[in-house]
Design a protein around this ligand. Structure first.
Ligand code: ATP
Ligand code: MG
Length: 368
């Protein structure tokens, strides 16, 4: 019996594709922290539904090869060719791509680390491949997974620039979904003056999973083991794991191997073994006192702005000072942003990039 562990997020996939079909949007940006299920949503919900609706889909993950976004892109285009007719696959473009001495851990294209010399050739290949696919006349859905990686090095800029041109040009036929796991990274890419890739892209936060997801996994677990899990215990475990499906699935896997139904104790062991706390303590130790005070404030209050009088009072009190200057807080904030500890979530508002770290800090404050 085939057990289906995947919990479908159909409504979200429909929301994207309905807007694309209506023509009311040509791109979306999907944000969620690490391991929340972006890739799984893209590959198992969005792509199949888009194909059913007649789209050709191209999936690119910029974390496949960190040194070469071009290589990632070419890999994605090459994979997409299986959706094309045999005649199309014989075109010059695909023949060229197939000749490129292709090797990666996945058996894909190896164009090595990106250099200025290789850049023009690669961009031509990427544009050519997309043109080839667009030439069929069907709508095309392009998914750029972990797109914030493009903002991490200056040598990736030409690709961003080329993509922007292409997307503007083919807005009717080409729909783009960006995903990202760092708000800072996405903001950086978003705000680029010369290549603002996301200028018109609406950002959507991947919704948190809840009880229907837990029930779905409990059902799959039952099919695999004939053992029943209690929903209330699953909910507690999921909460303790910060609602991260990756960690929850790991716990379920351990429980399958280990036997029994005591999900709470397996979760406790898992959290300890992962050493989440040690990692966080190390970061905390490395911070300046003012950075810590700012971080505490952000952990306790993401609603009111950081520069409100009550926030400034809180921060100065933490430091045992009568008052604190705004630039001092600004500098602390910049240090925290540069280390990807916090990110801007709106005007004057900030939140943690890692929900585990936030929780650790709040618990520590409770124990003081
Ligand atoms: N809809 C789902 N149904 C069942 N399990 C899921 C679902 N979404 C995520 N998971 C579990 O969580 C794991 C992590 O998901 P995924 O790799 O999609 O996260 P991600 O947001 O892309 O993470 P990263 O930022 O690290 O790439 C999956 O391997 C799977 O075990
Ligand atoms: Mg992913």
């Amino acid at each position: 019996m085939d057990i289906n562990w995947h919990f479908r997020r159909q409504a979200l996939a429909e929301q994207f594709l309905d807007a694309f079909d209506r023509g009311s949007a040509s791109s979306y940006t999907l944000f969620a922290p690490r391991r929340m299920g972006k890739t799984e949503f893209a590959r198992q919900d969005l792509i199949p539904m888009a194909q059913e609706r007649g789209y050709v889909t191209v999936y690119v993950n910029f974390w496949d090869r960190l040194d070469s976004p071009d290589g990632c892109f070419l890999l994605g285009l090459k994979d997409a060719s299986t959706q094309l007719s045999a005649a199309k696959r014989l075109s010059n473009w695909f023949q060229t791509i197939n000749k490129l001495g292709i090797k990666t851990p996945y058996g894909g294209i190896d164009i090595g680390t990106q250099t200025a010399e290789s850049e023009n050739l690669n961009l031509d290949l990427i544009t050519g491949g997309l043109d080839e696919i667009l030439g069929i006349g069907k709508p095309v859905l392009l998914i750029l997974d972990e797109v914030q990686h493009l903002a991490t090095r200056p040598e990736f800029e030409p690709l961003v620039f080329a993509l922007r041109g292409l997307f503007d040009h083919h807005r009717q036929q080409l729909k783009v979904v960006y995903t990202g796991s760092s708000r800072n990274g996405l903001n950086t890419l978003f705000k680029r003056k010369n290549a603002a890739l996301f200028s018109s892209s609406q950002q959507i936060d991947l919704p948190e999973l809840g009880s229907p997801f837990l029930e779905h996994l409990s059902h799959a677990f039952f099919q695999a083991t004939q053992r029943h899990l209690r929903l209330a215990e699953c909910q507690t475990a999921f909460r303790q794991l910060k609602k991260i499906p990756y960690d929850y699935q790991q716990v379920i896997d351990i429980l399958m191997r280990q036997g029994g139904t005591d999900i709470e104790s397996v979760t406790q062991c898992y959290i300890q073994e992962q050493g989440f706390s040690d990692e966080h303590a190390d970061i905390w130790q490395s911070l300046k006192p003012v950075d810590r005070a700012v971080l505490r404030r952000i952990a306790e209050d993401t609603i009111n702005g950081l520069y409100t009088q009550s926030s400034m009072n809180y921060i100065s009190e933490q430091l045992g000072l009568d008052a604190i200057e705004r630039p001092t807080v600004q500098n602390a904030l910049n240090r925290l942003k540069n280390r990807n500890i916090v990110a801007s979530t709106g005007y004057g508002q900030y939140d943690f990039e890692d929900p585990h770290f936030k929780d650790w800090l709040l618990q520590m404050a409770d124990n003081e």
